[in-house]
Design a protein around this ligand. Structure first.
Ligand SMILES: Cc1cc2nc3c(=O)[nH]c(=O)nc-3n(C[C@H](O)[C@H](O)[C@H](O)COP(=O)(O)OP(=O)(O)OC[C@H]3O[C@@H](n4cnc5c(N)ncnc54)[C@H](O)[C@@H]3O)c2cc1C
Length: 391
């Protein structure tokens, strides 16, 4: 146990080092040019971070969700786009590791992720569906042992840079929209035709335009029962890692505000600058955000080690409510914290240059409220609360 903790701490230290040395200096250029953070990913691959979530039996680090979340948060302090790409990749890896490890195909694939440091993108959003991950229009069409799958994806982050894609689709053309499977296709098995550009307010380095996807493969590449997979892994892990990135962004914004307040204090020894009060307020909110995420991840990790993998609880209405509540509250709080930091920094924060600039943080953090729209989650929770028996 001790050595596992030491190994985890060492890996996080390595991420901290590469984030400061490689990710941070490139972040402004990645944002300005809406380009993929290629130098970050070269360094992350070299440090074997892309297989951090792959179980040790398949050549990965078998890192806990706590460790993956900490890594995303560290990167998020320097470049939210790098952190989001890494988080989305980890989510796909954990879905495969937890729900595909009984399949020879996916076991072999897990070793390939570790060996080749393959990068996996997610294709859940669809033109005509929007952000409702639990519904698909596109369907898998099977002939014998082969399938084809075409999808008009409204957003695929790093679609052009990914090695492989994990795609939601209806089980077959006669299946209803919510009878979904998850399909892995590897480079060479798919083509992507770009549909539009990615010129957005923030998260510009995620490079997430729409694409027309065409793919084909063997039926062994299909993970059935997407519903269970989504509630047990994809949704809770997504919300845990996304919120950890937002925590990283908010932490850095508050850090910039703190530096400014301390500089003001040094100019007037013996008196507390008025901004210090606002700093005290915002650090309280930051602490609240940190504890909410930490508590959720601890509870989730305790559940998945139960004999049934915690499935009963993870698929319950109470847990679905909690997962959504974490995402909605963390995104709102993170936006509030970054705005608060901006008001402390004043014009130094409003400028796009200088050590107190909060512009990129603010633009990036606004993606949190629409990355699965909060209103959509509130609407889901409103319906669940009508039948939920707990508090
Ligand atoms: C940086 C970034 C990266 C992304 N990367 C990917 C990716 O790699 N792969 C991928 O598949 N997707 C990706 N997405 C898409 C994301 O997961 C969501 O699908 C998308 O943000 C939702 O888009 P939307 O707001 O148009 O759609 P919708 O969710 O359809 O929402 C449209 C509007 O309607 C509102 N709304 C919807 N339903 C309801 C309801 N029931 N009640 C009230 N209001 C409602 C929403 O709040 C919103 O205002 C990414 C998004 C972002 C911002």
């Amino acid at each position: 146990m001790g050595s596992q903790t030491d190994a985890s701490a060492a890996r996080l230290e390595r991420i901290t080092e590469l984030a400061e040395r490689v990710t941070a200096p490139a972040a402004a250029d990645v944002d300005r040019n809406a380009r993929f953070p290629s130098e970050s990913f070269a360094a992350l691959r070299e440090a074997r971070v892309l297989s951090a979530g792959v179980p040790a039996d398949f050549g990965g680090h078998g890192a806990s969700l706590t460790e993956l979340a900490a890594g995303c948060s560290i990167l998020g302090q320097h470049c939210s786009a790098s952190a989001m790409v890494l988080a989305m990749h980890h989510i796909q890896v954990l879905c495969i590791a937890r729900h595909g490890a009984s399949s020879p195909f996916f076991r072999t694939y897990l070793t390939a992720i570790a060996r080749e440091q393959r990068l996996i993108a997610s294709v859940t959003s669809e033109v005509g569906i929007g952000g409702d991950m639990r519904t698909s229009l596109s369907a898998v069409e099977t002939t014998g042992s082969r399938f084809t799958l075409n999808k008009a994806a409204s957003t695929i982050s790093y679609g052009a840079q990914a090695d492989d894609l994990l795609i939601t689709a209806r089980r077959d053309p006669s299946a209803p929209g919510n009878d979904q499977v998850l399909v892995l296709v590897r480079r060479g098995e798919f083509t992507l035709e770009r549909a539009g550009v990615w010129d957005t307010l923030g998260m510009r380095g995620t490079c997430s335009p729409g694409f027309k996807l065409q793919s084909a493969g063997g039926v062994e590449q299909i993970l059935p029962a997407f519903g269970d997979l989504a509630s047990a892994t994809m949704v809770p892990v997504s919300h845990a890692l996304w919120t950890s990135i937002w925590l990283g962004v908010a932490t850095d914004a508050v850090g910039r505000a703190r530096t400014l307040v301390r500089a003001q204090a040094r100019k007037t020894p013996g008196s507390v600058p008025p901004t210090a009060l606002r700093l005290a307020e915002v650090t309280t909110k930051l602490q609240l955000l940190r504890q909410a995420i930490k508590g959720f991840i601890a509870d989730y990790e305790a559940l998945i080690v139960q004999p049934d993998g915690g499935l009963d609880t993870l698929s319950s209405i109470g847990f679905a409510l909690r997962v959504n509540q974490l995402k909605v509250s963390a995104s709102e709080l993170a936006v509030e914290i970054v705005s608060h930091a901006l008001s402390i920094c004043g014009i130094a924060g409003y400028r796009n240059d200088g050590p107190q600039s909060i512009g990129r943080h603010l633009r990036d953090i606004y993606s949190s409220i629409l990355m699965i729209g909060n209103d959509r989650l509130h609407a889901t929770n409103a319906a669940l609360l009508l039948v939920h028996k707990g508090d």
